[in-house]
Each structure stands twice: as structure tokens, then as C-alpha cells.
Design a protein around this ligand. Structure first.
Ligand code: MG
Length: 378
């Protein structure tokens, strides 16, 4: 889909500290503005209009040297006037989608653009937004009060509109200085729809934001993989715990804890991603504290170690190896249980099962084995 871009780079940005305005400063070897322009052109923008303030043209030339498909236009005294100047400078069909973006949000991607354009198809505007997760406080004359956060969203940019729709809304706007473009369309009776926001669409405002951006951009994130294996012996019983699910069965697995081999293998896989030894190092079988323990605890602990290292789990995959009980009827419940323990979406959690065709200790029914792999991003 054809679309154009207006990038507002006219701000003075004094809150980010002394020196150059933030859009011209360098993050991970690149001027802040260049991150957005490169990404939006690579995402298919037909043209990019960069709105600059007085004297910004040579700075833009320097920041964007070697890139084509962009040009500058002089902005106004306010952000709203700058946006309108940018919109007015765009050629092409009047109803073509336009993305209005703040230069101070460097980490826009083609995926963000695709989501916005898809969302715009059924609305007058589309904005990336994140639900408010923190408790909101208002510091008033009578002290702090708590504001309900239900239904509250943090709007980010780029924001997508049909250009003629946005221009008409700005033409009718009389509400003072809007804090984003969607506000103007909303006031004009337009329906603005939410697209998924992204913490990486953060706005660089304060000096410490640049440190965070440097880390985000530095490419220091690393994908790690770990694998785990476990086996337990069968004995007569009433039920067996596998992947956090209790299954009625005429046998049970012998072990110090609940002997959930699926959870044990997965715990070892997670520990393996961060080189943290194995489950026995963290929960010694000699320690009476873990006698009969629910293995959920072991997996939660391994996940918390990954989180403590700044990591996040990408996906996990467990294979249970036994002749009996039949795993398939319980597989979905197992996935749901693992997803709940690890706080992962279901499609990143896999549980599989196989027999060994009567061969080996699992085939002879002496025991059950489990294998697992986990992938994390650190
Ligand atoms: Mg075990």
C-alpha cells in the first residue's frame, strides 16, 4: 500500500539536556532522526517529509547523508503547525495514508507500519498504544489520589491517517495545542483505532532515555538455547503429575518431589540457557524442604533467574516419552499450565509425546522420560 510520512524534527528538546536537540544526537552510531527515516523508507514510504525548525536543514542534510526519498520543509511555532506544514508539502493522492511520526522515537519498524496501515483500513486513524500498567496518582492540593487506569492507553507514534481526513480535522481544530494528531481527528468526529504499541517506540525525552536507547540499539541482545532431560521410574499408584497436570493413572512416578519429569526437563532447559547449572544444584534432593514439592516452583524459579538476567523466554518445547498413559488427551491442559507458569502466550509453548515402540526402559514400562528445549533472548 502506498503511503507517505511526515516526521516532525522541529523541536528544541531542552529536557534531554544541553547541547544539540535530541533528534540530531547520535544513538548507537546514528543520528536519532536517521533511525526513523531509514526504517520508514525501508518499510515502503513513498516519500518522507522532514519538518525542521529554522536552521535545521543543514543538520538534516548531515544526519541523512546518502539517503534518498526525503526532503525538508520548514515547521511552525507549534507541533500542530509543523505537522500541517509537513502535510501540505506532500504530493500524491489526497486520500493516501500518511504516517505522522516524532523524530524522537527512533525505533519504528516495518512491522509497526504494517500493523498501522492494516488498522487504518477500518478507521479514520490508527495509533500504536500501550495499556497503562502502572498505578496512576494525581498530586493535588489535598495530597495524592489514585486515578483508575482501566481503559487508559499510552499513545505513541507514528500515527496513521488518510491525509485529506487529517488536514480537514486540523482545519476545523480550535482546541489549543493538541498533544497528538489523533486528538484532532477525534475532535472532528473521526474514529481512531488502536494498533499494538511497543515499548521500543519510546520517546527520547530525558538524558537517561538515551542510555536506554543505546542499549536497545546496540544489538547486544543475544538468543540462547538450553536443553533438558529427565527420567523417573514407575511404581503402582493412582495418578501422575506431568507438565503440571495431574493425570489419573494406575501408576505414579517415583521421586523426591512430585516427580514431574516434564517440568524437571523444562526447568533444566531454562537453567541451561543462562548457564545456571541444573535443577539439583538449586533444589537438592537431599533437602527435605523439597520432599513432595510441586515442581511448578522449580520452573518458576528458573524463569525468574532468566528474568533477573534481563532475559525473556521466546519459546519452550517439551517431549514426553512413554507408552502409557496416553498423553494426547492432556496435551492442551499441559500447554495451558506451562503457559500460565511461564506467563507466555500459548503459541510459544509446545508439548509433544512419543512412545519408543516398546523398546528401552520407556518401552518396557519401567519409567517415563522427558526432553525439553527452551529459547530465551538475553
Ligand atoms: Mg526429575
Amino acid at each position: 500500500m502506498s503511503f507517505s510520512v511526515v516526521i516532525v524534527a522541529a523541536g528544541g528538546g531542552t529536557r534531554a539536556g544541553p547541547g544539540l536537540a535530541k533528534q540530531w544526537r547520535v544513538v548507537a552510531g546514528k543520528p536519532v532522526l536517521r533511525w526513523s527515516v531509514e526504517a520508514l523508507l525501508a518499510a515502503g514510504a513513498r516519500e518522507a517529509v522532514i519538518v525542521v525548525s529554522d536552521g535545521g536543514e543543514p543538520l538534516a542534510e548531515e544526519a541523512l547523508s546518502g539517503l534518498t526519498g526525503w526532503r525538508t520543509v520548514r515547521g511552525g511555532a507549534t507541533r500542530a503547525l509543523s505537522v500541517q506544514a509537513g502535510l501540505g508539502a506532500i504530493d500524491g493522492p489526497p486520500d493516501e495514508p500518511v504516517l505522522v511520526h516524532d523524530a524522537a522515537r527512533p525505533f519504528v519498524t516495518a512491522a509497526h507500519v504494517a500493523a498501522l496501515l492494516a488498522t487504518l483500513a477500518g478507521a479514520d486513524g490508527a495509533i500504536p498504544a500501550l495499556p497503562v500498567a502502572d498505578t496512576l496518582k494525581r498530586d493535588g492540593p489535598n495530597g495524592l489520589t489514585t486515578t483508575p487506569r482501566e481503559g487508559l492507553w499510552r499513545a505513541q507514534t507514528p500515527q496513521a491517517f488518510r491525509r485529506d481526513r487529517l488536514l480537514a480535522a486540523y482545519g476545523a481544530w480550535s482546541g489549543g495545542e493538541p498533544t497528538d494528531d489523533a486528538q484532532v481527528v477525534e475532535a472532528h468526529g473521526g474514529r481512531v483505532a488502536l494498533a499494538p504499541g511497543d515499548p521500543r517506540l519510546m520517546k527520547l525525552t530525558y538524558p537517561e532515555d538515551f542510555d536506554m536507547a543505546e542499549q536497545l540499539a546496540g544489538g547486544t541482545r543475544m538468543t540462547r538455547m538450553g536443553q533438558g532431560f529427565d527420567a523417573h521410574r514407575w511404581c503402582p499408584g493412582e495418578a501422575v503429575w506431568l507438565c503440571g497436570v495431574r493425570i489419573d493413572h494406575d501408576q505414579t512416578l517415583v521421586g523426591h518431589s512430585d516427580a514431574d519429569a516434564g517440568l524437571h526437563a523444562l526447568t533444566d532447559a531454562l537453567l541451561g540457557t543462562i548457564g545456571e547449572g541444573d535443577i539439583g544444584d538449586h533444589f537438592p534432593p537431599t533437602d527435605p524442604k523439597w520432599k513432595g514439592a510441586s515442581s511448578d516452583l522449580f520452573l518458576q524459579h528458573a524463569a525468574s533467574l532468566v528474568t533477573a538476567r534481563g532475559g525473556r523466554i521466546i519459546n519452550v518445547d517439551v517431549t514426553l516419552i512413554c507408552e502409557r498413559p496416553k498423553i494426547k488427551p492432556h496435551r492442551q491442559a499441559m500447554r495451558e499450565r506451562l503457559a500460565a507458569i511461564l506467563d507466555l502466550p500459548l503459541d510459544r509453548v509446545s508439548v509433544k509425546a512419543t512412545t519408543t515402540e516398546g523398546m528401552g526402559f520407556t518401552g518396557r514400562g519401567e519409567g517415563l522420560a522427558a526432553q525439553a528445549v527452551a529459547v530465551v533472548e538475553l
